[in-house]
Design a protein around this ligand. Structure first.
Ligand SMILES: *[C@@H]1O[C@H](CO)[C@@H](O)[C@H](O)[C@H]1NC(C)=O
Length: 225
């Protein structure tokens, strides 16, 4: 054979093809963080239950669904995620601080589960600012004793807000977004009796509390014309 480079090139291409056929390599796929599983359409990164203490490096920019529950992550900072994100599950971690700019400009975000982060304790008023598509926000069991005024303002699509197992004594439902464009926050789950007494007289909407199967009060806000 006069040309010896050709067979080795072919061997390389063959090895590549074999990896693709075996499903070990997706052609053109972005990298995936170590110890995570990624799959496309929509781009999904699954990193749950791996003892991560920080957000793993290398989450693809175009990730729409990110699953990080059951780790020990302590901080959420600006730049950890990108605005392509639609769903973030990061419940059952050890988040103690959320930089108020973490979700700035995340206009696609629909579901944010921050529940069971018992050392969180406080949130800045602008943490969720501009999340116009946010549909479900989970903040149960986060050690919260109060919420800053206006924290849910502008969340025009918020339908589900979970606040059970905190120490919140009052919540101005007027701050819960929604109403400004005619929609109402349809459902609040809370376990505090004080919440009921503090908020009822000042409500712009009618609030209906019913006992849930788990014995907790489920709040429903009905639009009163
Ligand atoms: C979680 O954070 C708290 C408060 O910073 C700390 O005391 C605790 O040790 C942490 N727990 C774990 C499992 O890292």
């Amino acid at each position: 054979w006069p040309d010896t480079t050709l067979p080795s090139l072919q061997t390389g291409a063959l090895a590549e093809l074999l990896l693709v056929l075996l499903g070990l390599k997706v052609p053109g796929a972005a990298s995936c963080p170590t110890d995570c599983v990624c799959y496309p359409s929509p781009m999904t990164v699954s990193c749950q239950a791996h003892n991560f203490v920080t957000i793993p490096e290398g989450i693809p920019e175009d990730s729409e669904r990110i699953f990080l529950q059951n780790n020990q992550i302590t901080l959420l900072l600006r730049g950890h995620f990108s605005p392509s994100m639609v769903t973030l599950w990061i419940y059952s971690n050890n988040i103690t601080f959320i930089d108020p700019n973490t979700f700035e400009g995340f206009v696609n975000l629909e579901e944010l589960d921050l529940g069971d982060n018992r050392y969180l304790r406080a949130l800045a008023a602008n943490t969720f600012q501009g999340l116009v598509k946010l549909h479900a926000l989970y903040l149960y069991k986060c050690g919260l004793s109060s919420l800053p005024s206006g924290i849910f303002g502008g969340l025009h699509n918020l339908q589900y807000l979970y606040l059970q197992d905190n120490h919140i004594e009052s919540l101005r439902v007027a701050d819960c977004g929604g109403r400004a464009d005619g929609k109402v926050l349809a459902h609040i789950a809370a376990n505090s009796r004080a919440l009921h007494h503090e908020t009822k007289p000042t409500l712009p909407n009618r609030i209906v509390g019913t006992a849930g199967d788990d014995g907790r009060t489920k709040w429903k806000i009905a639009n009163s014309r």
